[in-house]
Ligand binder design. Structure first.
Ligand code: PAF
Length: 255
């Protein structure tokens, strides 16, 4: 099919699909890059019908400037969607997703929502879980795909699906990286040359030395000019967030 479906027509399209058709769903905030493409390709292979959504969700940004500055590359995104064989591309506006404001949010108190990203970005995970819940009810997929770069998000969405008895599979997709180890991210598009060099340096520094002494890794990162928001170990993984030339970078990987 490979076409743009206006979000208002989605229910009609979905209702014409035979019951046995498995819908794979990739929710995104756009500014698509190679990481998204690999997720879309996986979802394309594993499902009969592929839905991609693009929506920069205001309720998950605690900083209005960050929301404002989030990269938006809609024309390129549409081309990528077509090349990846997306069957339905849903691009709603703010009022479509939140017709009466955000007056029915999911206010998570899950312990994992209170640390790291949840601590430095108050309300972030409530915004994410609220919009994801809306999307899952709207699209009604058999499988939904998320990148493991946002591991906390992925984990909490698995909890959401389990605790609200949603009948679908959540698939975590491995992070794609540059040769330096820097994870691919939409935010990387905002770096100037110097910022990008420092971002690669960050990735390399994270991969040198032992992980027994987190304070010494933090000192190394700070000496390079990065502002460390947190560096913590959980689930046998290292989680880190830094500010690099005014842009947030997060990463996590198995130790
Ligand atoms: O990971 C993202 O791009 C967003 O947090 C998501 C899951 C699309 C919700 O807005």
């Amino acid at each position: 099919m490979n076409s743009y479906v206006h979000y208002r027509d989605w229910f009609n399209v979905r209702n014409t699909l035979p019951k046995e058709v498995r819908i794979g769903f990739v929710p995104t905030m756009g500014a698509l890059h190679q990481g998204h493409i690999s997720v879309l390709e996986k979802a394309r292979r594993e499902n009969d019908f592929l839905v991609l959504s693009i929506f920069v969700n205001p309720t998950q940004f605690n900083d209005p400037n960050d929301y404002q500055d989030y990269p938006r590359t809609l024309e390129l995104d549409r081309r990528i969607a077509a090349e990846c064989g997306v069957d339905a591309l849903l691009i709603p506006g703010k009022d479509d997703m939140y017709p009466s404001g955000n007056d029915m949010p999911i206010l998570t108190q899950h312990p994992l929502s209170q640390i790291m990203e949840g601590k430095v970005r108050p309300g972030h995970f409530s915004g994410v879980l609220t919009v994801v819940m809306k999307w899952l009810h709207w699209v009604n997929p058999a499988r939904v795909y998320f990148g493991e770069k946002d591991f906390q998000q992925y984990y909490l969405i698995c909890e959401l699906v389990k605790q609200y008895f949603l009948d679908l599979e959540v698939i975590g997709c491995e992070t794609l990286r540059e040769a330096s180890g820097l994870p691919l991210s939409s935010r990387n598009q905002r770096f100037n040359k110097e910022g990008l060099e420092l971002a690669h340096r960050f990735a390399k520094l994270l991969r040198s030395g032992s992980y027994d002494d987190l304070a010494s890794i933090q000192r190394r990162l700070e000496a390079a000019g990065l502002i460390v928001e947190y560096i913590e170990k959980h689930f046998g993984r290292l989680f880190v967030a830094v500010e690099c030339h005014g842009i947030r970078l997060i990463d996590n990987f198995r130790l």
